[in-house]
Design a protein around this ligand. Structure first.
Ligand code: PMP
Length: 432
């Protein structure tokens, strides 16, 4: 180890006496040498309890698109708090934020707010089932739509083998989970599997849900024509197309993956980036479908929905995400992706850098291209794990799955530092 983690170890041991595993989410369990504890964050950097500083690419799992503690966001939230935090009633800024979201993502004709991506995905399924009178939801291997029982299936390997109807066997991801009986799973980027499945069971399908760009497994874009096929096939069988843009929303492009791909889904869930690290999510889409929460008997509730802090945060983030902000992310992300590719080649390692400047994935593999979760399973997971540890020890912190998020604050100095760290990390891997 290069860095000292003594205080992190001691705090983790003490925290584990009161927090199971010393953490508040299972996705934070796998830190090396222990899950780290941070005291402060600023711009692109995180500061831990041992005095170590990291250029951060986890960015609150993609939420902190303006970096840490951005002044305009913090000021807007502070100002909102002085006026009260939660009214069990409306505040004028709520509709302002909905209008701002719709201006960027026109398919969001009507919008409801909530607190998390998982929760709004759950609401989307209820609406789709209410609208169609059908119960089956189709999802894709490796796509993650939150941790609720009704959809936490086939998000991690081993991946399945598609049967005659194109679907793979369902696997729940948690002990204690009620296995959903109304979800089918298909391999991603396989138009034939989708067509086979819809030919057999299309009239049962309420919705087809996907991450339009699969950011939870290697950042996999749809192959040319596939997004159009999913859109057309879903409409043909009378099912709704739900885009889970929890990660891609306002990150893949100002109007999200749907803008980048040129597809108009029926319903969309957005979260993470537009809250800038505050707890907010939204479900939006076709006015006739969303209208069922008023006239169709479809219930959507939530004590904390549209609390003033979250709305103020959303407005401040969208205000800051102007053309210049996207240029900064594009520039920094492109430099970083190119730099990592060059370093991988220089060290003779098969480092694959895949995705977009705002969110990309690194993995070690010669099995290219990676178009599905099964393709990604061929990558060297052990080498990836070592790479992430070596990076952390040199002050660079991507997510634990090798996905890198880039913020508007990742300037040249941060990228230089990152590439220096990556050079050392790759040298360590190549030398052993
Ligand atoms: N959908 C996607 C694509 C996600 O990446 C996530 C979270 N990583 C979720 C849904 C769930 O969101 P949350 O953690 O806010 O419940």
């Amino acid at each position: 180890m290069i860095l000292d983690h003594d205080r992190a170890r001691a705090l983790h041991a003490a925290a584990s006496e009161v927090l199971p595993g010393g953490v508040s989410s299972n996705f934070r369990l796998n830190g090396t040498p222990v899950p780290l504890t941070f005291v402060h964050a600023e711009g692109p950097r995180l500061f831990d309890v041992d005095g170590n500083v990291y250029v951060d690419y986890a960015l609150g799992m993609g939420a902190d698109i303006l970096g840490h503690a951005p002044a305009p966001l913090i000021a807007a939230v502070q100002a909102s708090l002085a006026g009260g935090q939660l009214f069990a009633g409306q505040h004028p800024s709520e509709a302002d934020l909905a209008r701002a979201l719709r201006a960027r993502m026109p398919s969001l004709e009507r919008i409801r707010f909530g607190g998390s991506g998982s929760e709004m995905i759950h609401a989307a399924f209820r609406l789709a089932r209410g609208f169609t009178g059908r119960s089956l939801v189709v999802k894709f291997e490796g796509h993650y739509h939150g941790w609720y029982d009704d959809i936490l299936v086939n998000t991690a390997p081993p991946w399945g083998v598609a049967g005659d109807d194109g679907s793979v066997p369902l696997r729940v991801m948690s002990t204690g989970q009620i296995a959903p009986t109304n979800v089918a799973i298909l391999p991603w980027n396989d138009a034939s599997a989708l067509e086979r499945f819809l030919a057999a069971r299309g009239d049962e399908v309420a919705a087809v849900v996907n991450e339009p760009i699969g950011c939870n497994t290697c950042v996999i874009e749809p192959v040319p024509g596939y997004a159009e096929t999913v859109r057309a096939a879903t409409a043909r069988v009378g099912a709704l197309l739900i885009y889970d843009e929890v990660i891609t929303g306002f990150r893949a492009a100002p109007g999200g993956a749907q803008e980048r791909l040129g597809i108009r889904p029926d319903l969309t869930v957005v979260a993470k980036a537009f809250g800038g690290g505050f707890s907010i999510a939204a479900l939006g889409g076709r006015a006739d479908v969303m209208g069922l929460v008023v006239t169709g008997g479809v219930l959507h509730g939530g004590t904390f929905n549209a609390n003033t802090t979250s709305i103020a945060a959303g407005l401040a983030v969208l205000d800051a995400l102007d053309a210049d902000a996207y240029t900064r992310i594009d520039r920094a992300g492109t430099r970083l992706m190119d730099g990592l590719r060059t370093l991988g080649a220089r060290h003779g390692l098969p480092l694959n850098v895949q995705g977009m400047p705002g969110v990309f994935n690194t993995a070690f593999t010669t099995h290219l291209p990676i178009r599905s979760a099964a393709d990604y399973a061929q990558a060297d997971a052990a080498l990836q794990g070592r790479f992430l540890v070596e990076l952390q020890e040199r002050g660079v912190r991507p997510t634990a799955r090798g996905t890198w998020f880039v913020s508007t604050t990742h300037d040249d100095e941060a990228i230089d530092q990152t590439l220096d760290g990556a050079d050392g990390a790759l040298a360590a891997l190549a030398g052993s």
